[in-house]
Design a protein around this ligand. Structure first.
Ligand code: ITT
Length: 193
């Protein structure tokens, strides 16, 4: 029988990216598949803490094995901001365009533009948690480029590339991205079982 695993995200872009990476024989369920429509609190100060809160919520209320991730964009010239607050950098309910505009404004005239995306994934194992991490280094562009991806992708140029994440195909992004790396670490771990 196919093994089922819930991916505790309300972000459809993230769900699609991760679904593409799942091994055969494993069915990834979304929160709507299990009837979870409520907002899950992300009140911790770290990516690890927030990923754990999401996984714990699903595990405790719905009883499913579960993975959850939390991702932040860490900009060195901004002392690691927006970091764990990346989704609401421009305020509660802010969209990607508003967050990106605020970031470009904060870095306006600043030549120091290095940054990284960091993803932490939590896998529930009964009442225990296992953590996996992936990092993508790069820099913040002066203006958005490309229409692929989501979030801050149009303003992030990965190291070694001359284009933004939003100018890559989903496969190309997954091959080098923070989330891709973290999920491959998870896959390696799961392949042992
Ligand atoms: P869930 O908590 O429901 O999973 P979310 O959109 O809040 O969805 P995260 O907390 O992991 O997801 O990510 C915080 C924000 O960081 C997200 O809203 C995006 O703006 C940005 N982000 C995350 N992954 C990204 C990626 O691969 N490329 C560009 N921006 C990304």
């Amino acid at each position: 029988m196919e093994k089922e695993l819930v991916f505790a995200t309300h972000n459809p872009h993230k769900f699609e990216e991760v679904q593409q990476m799942m091994p055969k024989g494993l069915r990834l369920l979304s929160l709507s598949d299990i009837g979870c429509t409520e907002e899950i609190p992300e009140t911790e100060q770290t990516l690890e803490g927030n990923a754990r809160l999401k996984a714990q919520h699903v595990r405790q209320r719905y009883g499913y094995d579960c993975i959850a991730d939390d991702t932040g964009l860490e900009v060195d010239a901004l002392n690691g901001a927006p970091g764990v607050y990346s989704a609401r950098y421009a305020g509660p309910g802010a969209d990607a365009q508003a967050n990106t505009a605020k970031l470009l404004q904060a870095l306006s005239g600043n030549a120091r533009r290095n940054a990284r995306f960091r993803t932490v994934i939590v896998l529930t194992e009964g009442s225990a948690f296992r953590y996996f991490e992936g990092v993508a280094e790069g820099e913040i562009l002066e203006a958005p480029r490309g229409h692929g991806g989501f979030g801050y992708d149009p303003v992030f140029r990965p190291s070694g590339y001359s284009c933004s994440f939003a100018e890559l195909t989903p496969e190309e992004k997954n091959a080098i991205s923070h989330r891709g790396k973290a999920f491959r670490a998870l896959q390696d771990y799961m392949a042992r079982y």
